[in-house]
Design a binder for this molecule. Structure first.
Ligand SMILES: [Zn+2]
Length: 165
């Protein structure tokens, strides 16, 4: 298989409820994603576009051990980010559009892209068949105490950033 600038990255569906973006207080997540964009020189790290960026969490899943851990972050344009998670996209026309973007970014033949998609869908099914233990790597230590979080949410309930994750 050839080197891909944009890979498809299935993650266990249940873990989407426990992303760092959802767990970190908004201010901390904001700081983190801004530093990721800065390090990427404000370009999508897959296709290079200077579009509105989103911060992708790179997760590694080991089906043998059942451990899922956060390995890093990537600045991605919205389209590349959505394409990464294409295995969660149910709408056939949206999926086709994302696959077209994936094909173009990686300069693949359409049948090659179909092969990658089939592989991603199969891996998605495999991942969702078991329980996972999630590790946030370096960010394990950065999680605030629950009481702190609740207090902050109570007093800063309206401070969620307006822009995308
Ligand atoms: Zn992109």
């Amino acid at each position: 298989m050839t080197y891909l600038r944009l890979t498809l990255e299935p993650v266990p569906a249940a873990s989407r409820l426990a992303t760092l973006a959802k767990l970190l207080p908004p201010g901390q997540w904001d700081q983190l994603r801004r530093s990721v964009y800065r390090q990427a020189s404000y370009r999508c790290q897959a296709c290079g576009r200077q579009d509105r960026l989103e911060c992708h969490e790179v997760w590694c899943c080991n089906p043998r051990t059942g451990y899922q851990w956060l390995t890093g972050f990537q600045a991605l344009c919205r389209l590349c980010h959505e394409a990464k998670h294409v295995s969660f996209v149910r709408d056939p026309s949206r999926r086709a559009a994302l696959l077209q973007h994936f094909t173009a970014v990686n300069r693949l033949a359409p049948e090659e892209a179909d092969g990658y998609l089939a592989d991603a869908l199969r891996r998605q099914q495999e991942l969702d068949q078991r329980h996972w233990i999630i590790s946030y790597g370096d960010y394990n230590l950065r999680m605030p105490a629950l009481a702190d979080l609740q207090q902050r949410q109570r007093y800063a309930g309206l401070s969620r950033p307006r822009y995308g994750r």
